[in-house]
Design a protein around this ligand. Structure first.
Ligand code: URA
Length: 445
């Protein structure tokens, strides 16, 4: 196999065999295929795509590039959950405690933020003492005892994805359906759960900006999961505006706690309950309506908050800081974004809000940068809200006030207003399973 020939074939729209894809992944992980050739191959895939068979072969080769976790020692149906990324997306930290409070079992490996999107592991580290690295023995013991634990993804899990993702990130090849599908599913298959729920985000803050692309991604990933013997479902959820009001790390933990105590922003509660209910369906706890009711009860009764506190304590976190979120890291400096005129908020650009939060210190511009746990943005207005000139639209938070100017320039045009409120669109746009695609929005695919 000559890498040159594989690049040429893909560039011209041809197909690679299973063996060729296996050799390509192996060669890249071993360092035998240099970055420049792999970059050219990734760009050829970006333009030409891959067949379902090729995407599946790529996923399995990436899964097999490292260790796979065997969760069979933990009793129960283990359900994993994965979001393709978003802004203000803290659903994992609500959904898993709800699921565990209903008797579900979740052994979750999460990632860190990248670019404009936040990461669950960074958010959890805003809780003083919380350990996101555990030995396998401790991880399993906590999941067995509490029904949930969340740790960072180990470097041994799908190392091909780690290497490929770093290259995609700098070669503008992240937003490709076969490349996202193989990246997500290689990790999910290696993580060992019995069933997988995917949250495929769509809109300005997501990698998939349009519903048809998001649907195609969801269908591709569901097909890969099912072919590998895992019950897999996907929800398409709206990420045109940030989810909830808080974007950052400590501020998102505070919002998680609000929701787990029966409050919080309506959009975040709606999406979290839909995800939790679908995880319960996958674990065999009944039909959607019954599972949605169970999930809502777990929130309103405080059972989900108790599950969250037990996980925090088990992973070394300071429970008093989640019971009183005023104890979490607080920003020294705050500035307000004010409305330029009267009207209704018609759009809040999630990507710009995510980038501005990163600029304030809440995220990393490149891997290895440190982050300011207190930095971020708190939205005071959401799409559909009426505003008057000079009203506060958002609070910008940071410990380094010299960052405000750059964040403000990123935010130019992030808030759009009009004379009429925007048309409402559902937060959950579709549900994809092996059997069918249910759509909840009007208009064709
Ligand atoms: N999330 C992933 O894990 N991989 C991608 O390629 C995109 C989002």
């Amino acid at each position: 196999m000559r890498m040159f020939d594989l690049i040429t074939r893909k560039k011209r729209g041809g197909m690679l065999t299973t063996e060729e894809i296996g050799a390509l992944v192996e060669g890249f992980v071993k360092g035998e295929i240099p970055d420049e050739q792999m970059s050219a191959f990734l760009m050829a895939v970006w333009f030409q795509g891959m067949t379902d068979r090729e995407t599946s072969d790529l996923t399995l080769a990436m899964r097999d590039s490292g260790d796979s976790i065997d969760l069979s020692a933990i009793p129960g149906v283990k359900v994993d959950k994965h979001s393709t990324g978003g802004v203000g997306d803290k659903t994992t930290l609500i959904v898993l405690p709800v699921f565990a409070a209903c008797g579900g079992v979740a052994a979750k490996m999460s990632g860190r933020g990248l670019g404009h999107t936040g990461g669950t592991i960074d958010k959890l580290e805003a809780i003083p003492g919380f350990r996101t690295t555990l030995s396998e023995t401790d991880f399993f013991a906590i999941v067995k005892r509490e029904g949930l634990a969340v740790i960072g993804q180990s470097a041994e899990l799908a190392p091909a994805d780690k290497k490929l993702y770093a290259l995609r990130d700098v070669t503008a090849t992240v937003d490709s359906i076969p490349l996202i599908a193989s990246s997500v599913m290689s990790k999910k298959l290696a993580a060992g759960a019995d069933a997988i729920l995917l949250d495929v985000t769509v809109g300005s803050g997501a990698f998939m900006k349009e519903v048809p692309d998001a649907l195609r991604l969801a269908e591709t990933m569901v097909a890969i999961g099912e072919a590998a013997g895992k019950r897999t479902a996907a929800l398409l959820t709206d990420m045109d505006a940030p989810l909830g009001r808080a974007v950052g790390n400590a501020v998102e933990i505070a919002e998680v706690v609000e929701v787990l105590n029966g409050g919080g922003p309506e959009d975040l509660v709606t999406v979290s309950l839909a995800l939790a209910a679908n995880m319960l369906v996958l674990s065999g706890q009944g039909d959607y309506d019954a599972c949605r009711e169970k999930a809502a009860k777990a929130l309103s009764s405080g059972a989900a908050f108790d599950a969250f506190c037990r996980m925090v304590a088990a992973q070394g976190g300071d429970v008093s800081a989640v019971r009183d979120t005023g104890k979490l890291s607080q920003a020294k400096y705050t500035e307000e974004v004010r409305a330029a005129g009267d009207g209704y908020i018609t759009h809040i650009d999630a990507e710009k809000i995510g980038l501005a939060a990163m600029t304030l210190g809440a995220g990393r511009e490149k891997q290895g940068d440190s982050i300011d746990m207190a930095a971020g943005i708190c939205l005071k207005k959401k799409p559909g809200d009426q505003v008057f000139e000079g009203e506060n639209l958002a609070a910008l938070l940071t410990n380094e006030p010299e960052r405000f100017a750059a964040a403000r320039s990123v935010l130019a045009d992030a808030f759009r207003t009009g004379e009429q409120p925007p048309e409402e669109r559902p937060l959950v746009l579709a549900r994809v399973t092996k059997e069918k695609v249910e759509t909840y929005y009007s208009g064709g695919r």
